[in-house]
Design a protein around this ligand. Sequence first.
Ligand SMILES: [Zn+2]
Length: 222
Amino acid sequence: MAPHESAAFYDHDRDLADDVTDISDSANVVSINKSAQPSRSEAEEAVKTLISYTGEDADRSGVLETPKRVVKAFDEWFGGYQIDVDAVLAKTFDEVDGYQDMVLLKDIPFHSHCEHHMAPIIGKAHVAYMPRGRVVGISKLARVVDAFARRFQIQERMTEEVAKAIERVLEPLGVAVVIEAEHHCMTTRGINTHDTVMHTKHLSGAFREDSDLRREFFDALR
Ligand SMILES: [Zn+2]
């Protein structure tokens, strides 16, 4: 067997099939069982165990403070569970002076983590909607992407969650979300998968029914 044909080849599809994930469960409901949530020191202890698992000396001075730093980083990477997405989108502006065209926020950078390996998903999102009389501050769209990114994710569900939140709160005539991202569980483990980018999209309402609008949206992403 040639080295590049080794068993280390990473089959992402098979990997995903092993972990059946229900992507229909995409409402903005965050249910954390607080009593089941470990303490900070328990979390730090768990990180220390993982360090030891690699063969590293977890008491070596260079890594002694690492568990603390990792848990602190987790607070940031997974801080999305603390964000109420509906509240972020709740403040809207009715005074749009007759504006009735597509609103598009392009190239929203995000960092997420795949729920299968806790490996980074790095990418950008493009979010558009057709307002029905009211609009939201444009920075809020980026906030919504950030809130869902900073959770355990699969890209397909994140795409749905961003779109569904906008549909639910703004009740627009249509929503379009495109996400393109690099999955580090694939690009750092597989062979010949470097720079592989995954694309997902969600189109609803006017973006599904009106081919001119759909074309305008995809043209704008080029
Ligand atoms: Zn993964």
